[in-house]
Ligand binder design. Structure first.
Ligand code: ADP
Ligand code: MG
Length: 780
């Protein structure tokens, strides 16, 4: 018996998928695999688990006693969707739970479990039959994340095994049900792949109630400054067009922060009650911009798309990308210039501006689901997180930059780059579709139709072709899957990529010379970490170094927690409450007051920068020969301080990253206790700094983890030793690429003398190829 509130009942009934409940449940009972396609927002993620639950899945007395598992490519979605479903079913988080790498609410009473695809992949290596589940829902399959692709391949095997075993003895194990869900119809890589499913699974199309969306292309495409272009467009929409929320697609945290600030300044949202004089005036006006070039009706019959995420550590997350804002081209000044020439005389009500990106706290993310304050128009400025995983209610206008930030990876050299590039046509259609959920809508594309036609790819490339794969290859080997020849990849990786992954795994000792997994490899595969980080843990037991190594690999897995100096402006005020956003006096300031403010801001900025560089020095102090030991220092200091937000602010580190590192430390410590006999470790909040001997050992452990990523100063390779006073412009050689590589300006080594040998954590291309996460190897 399910209890739902009246309000929830009514909202549910409006979801398109609820019309198809019977057809879907019949298909599931007759088939072991069912594919469901339905436009974003049709109710797949929130309703499918409830359909199964109501049909008795997860009930110990039923035919399907195992729990219901749902996988998501993004952590944010796993957490927020489990909360939503719990709320709809009036159950608590012990019954409807989630599990992501850093966090879990699962209990022995869990019936519905949301998790990232990486979590389920790891569970498979412990229990290949997935015996505690009765059904697995693989969500967002259209995104083609690496883990989802691999999961579908592995699960097609699990399915067969469960079937065979249950035919032998039904009382022991029951067959498993698989539901693959996609926001698009481009699913033939799964359904028509005979090696995956010998009988093509039935596909159920949810009839989306999609209203027509008019597409407006720009006449010209701004060369770089789409932030300015977006600002102008939003101003026009807000001042001239009728009621309805605005959803803006940008590429990362930095530009989102800038744009939000500008919008809040321009259209202050006034919180107090006496402001109802400011009630939005609704004017009926034709759409702005040039006439419609064409009108789309319904988006459900096109496209797939996809977004890039961090992979190597077994869990995808946009965080990493959000944080990589190096060399951002959008300057703040260019926006200020014309800010005042936009329709200043025109009356507009307040705009309720909310940012949405993955580095934002969960609390701040959830605000987009709440209705905007009376009389204010909602404007959400988001990364492509809002493209298919989260449906924001009440959006009528979409402003699409046409851009996405992507990680590119060269499999043979290991060089990565973070580039802002055009999205695919499929992606553009998805974005436009967000405007047609509650009524007819408009999508303003900040690029011309010519650019769209000529320069946009049809579909986004699956992640497996763009990312290092050694982590999943090792996990597959640990499951005794012969990855190379037989595995039913939806689209197989390149040979080069596979070779590089195997080579790396051989270097760190996880595979033998025949590419068979070693016992070290099996140990490495038990940790939810990139293989080289796990290796550091396993060899990290000398000189009582383990607690330090755990802290180090936790930080390396989460990513550099330090805010970069070029982020000093524009990062405040997004995550916290609305304090500095609730302006009570909107009158134009006197000119001299504005000037005073400019001088004040400049001074403040100077002080801030000084403080910033002092902090960097302080954290490098432990051992100014390693960026990675600087991470260790800040992790130790954070725990020592009790782990509060004030510490993060004072030390220029990201709060969310520090919290994740903290959680990962606890989790890895538990895994070490469980897996390594005779090892006694705990997370000690008052961890002492390492001794000189320990520092030396840590340096060796780091070098062992990055054994293939050694760089040698180029003049030494060439046999002519020079002396230098600075690292600037000094070239290094590595074994993977013939290109020269350089010490990144953010490294603690940048201002010293250039060392002979270093190991680096990653290579990143911008104008040059830079080494990041560098540690000096001291010659004996
Ligand atoms: P799909 O998976 O097909 O894209 P969802 O099941 O995610 O669709 O969403 C169905 C509806 O539930 C959407 O209208 C969405 O806005 C709403 N919804 C999802 N999460 C929440 C939440 N936390 N609060 C309020 N509404 C939500
Ligand atoms: Mg969904």
């Amino acid at each position: 018996p399910v209890k739902r509130s009246q309000e929830i009942q009514l909202t549910r009934m409006k979801l398109p998928i609820c019309d198809d409940e019977q057809a879907i449940m019949e298909a599931i009972s007759e088939n072991s695999v069912v594919v469901i396609c339905g436009e974003t927002g049709s109710g797949k993620t929130t309703q499918l688990p409830q359909f199964l639950y109501e049909a008795g899945f997860g009930n110990p007395e039923s035919d399907n006693p195992g729990i219901i598992g749902i996988t998501q490519p993004r952590r944010v979605a796993a957490m927020s969707m489990s909360k939503r479903v719990a709320q709809e079913l009036s159950l608590d988080d012990k019954r409807v739970s989630y599990q992501i790498r850093y966090d879990a609410t699962v209990s022995s009473n869990t019936v519905i479990k949301f998790m990232t695809d990486g979590v389920l992949l790891r569970e498979l290596s412990g229990d290949f039959l997935l015996s505690k589940y009765s059904a697995i829902i693989i969500d967002e399959a259209h995104e083609r994340s690496l883990n989802t692709d691999i999961l579908i391949g592995v699960i097609s095997r699990v399915l067969r095994l469960r079937k065979e075993l249950s035919e032998e003895d039904k009382s022991k194990i029951k067959p498993l049900k698989i539901i693959i869900m996609s926001a698009t119809l481009r699913i033939s890589d799964f359904t028509q792949n005979r090696r995956l499913f010998d009988i093509p699974p039935p596909v159920i199309n949810v009839n989306a109630r999609q209203y027509p969306v008019s597409i407006h292309f720009n006449k010209r495409t701004p060369r770089t400054d789409y932030v300015t272009e977006a600002f102008k467009k939003i101003c026009k929409i807000h001042t001239r067009l009728p009621r309805g929320g605005i959803l803006v697609f940008m590429t990362g945290q930095n530009e989102i922060s800038i744009l939000c600030k500008k919008l809040r300044n321009k259209f202050p949202y006034i919180s107090s009650d006496r402001t109802h004089r400011n009630r939005t005036v609704i004017k009926e006006e034709p759409p702005i911009d040039e006439p419609n070039e064409y009108i789309h009706k319904g988006y459900s019959d096109r496209n797939v798309d996809h977004e890039i995420e961090e992979l190597a550590m077994g869990e995808n997350d946009q965080d990493y990308l959000d944080h990589h804002d190096d060399f951002d081209t959008n300057s703040e000044d260019s926006i200020t210039e014309f800010e005042n020439d936009v329709l200043d005389n025109e009356y507009a009500g307040p705009l309720y501006v909310l940012p949405l990106y993955s580095l934002l706290s969960t609390r701040a993310q959830m605000r987009v689901f709440e209705p905007p304050p009376e009389g204010a128009r909602l404007c959400v400025v988001a990364t492509n997180i809002a493209e298919t995983s989260l449906t924001i209610p009440g959006v009528t206008y979409v402003v699409d930059s046409g851009k996405v930030k992507e990680r590119r990876y060269n499999a043979s050299s290991g060089v990565q780059s973070y580039v802002i590039d055009w999205i695919s046509k499929a992606s553009a259609d998805q974005r436009a579709g967000r405007a047609g959920r509650t009524g007819p809508g408009h999508c303003y594309r900040l690029y011309s139709s010519a650019v769209f036609n000529d320069q946009f790819q049809q579909f986004t490339v699956p992640e497996i072709h763009r990312t290092p794969i050694e982590g999943v290859i090792l996990q597959m080997k640990a499951m005794n899957i012969d990855t190379v020849s037989n595995f039913p990849f939806p689209t197989p990786p390149d040979r080069d990529q596979l070779k590089k992954a195997e080579k790396l795994l051989r270097y760190i000792g996880a595979l033998d010379e025949n590419n068979q997994i070693t016992s070290l490899g099996r140990a490495i595969a038990t940790f939810p970490l990139a293989p080289r980080f796990s290796k550091m843990l396993i060899i990290g037991q000398q000189h009582e170094c383990l607690p330090y190594v755990i802290a180090i690999v936790s930080a390396l897995s989460v990513g550099d927690p330090f805010i970069k100096d070029y982020h000093l402006d524009g990062t405040d005020s997004d995550d916290g409450g609305d304090e500095d956003y609730l302006v009570n006096n909107v009158q134009t300031k006197e000119l001299n007051e504005i000037q005073k403010e400019i001088i004040f801001k400049k001074e403040r900025r100077k002080l801030m920068r000084k403080k910033f560089f002092d902090v960097q020095k302080k954290h490098s102090g432990l051992d100014p020969t390693s960026d990675i030991l600087k991470f260790l220092n800040v992790v130790g200091a954070y725990e020592y301080s009790g782990g509060n937000e004030k510490f993060c602010e004072d030390n220029f580190v990201r709060t969310k990253a520090m919290q994740e590192i903290h959680k990962l430390r606890g989790q890895i410590t538990k895994i070490v206790q469980a897996n390594c006999q005779g090892v006694d470790v705990c997370v000690d909040p008052k961890m002492k700094p390492p001794s000189a001997i320990q520092l030396e050992a840590l340096r060796q452990i780091i070098a062992a983890g990055f054994i293939d990523q050694v760089a040698m100063r180029k003049d030494l390779v060439d046999g002519m030793t020079k002396t230098f006073s600075s690292t600037r412009g000094i070239a290094y050689s590595t074994m993977w690429t013939n290109e020269d590589v350089f010490i990144h300006p953010s490294s603690v080594l940048y201002h010293g003398k250039p060392p002979d040998f270093v190991v680096y954590q990653e290579l990143q291309r911008t104008n040059k190829v830079w080494m990041k996460g560098i540690t000096i190897i001291k010659p004996e």
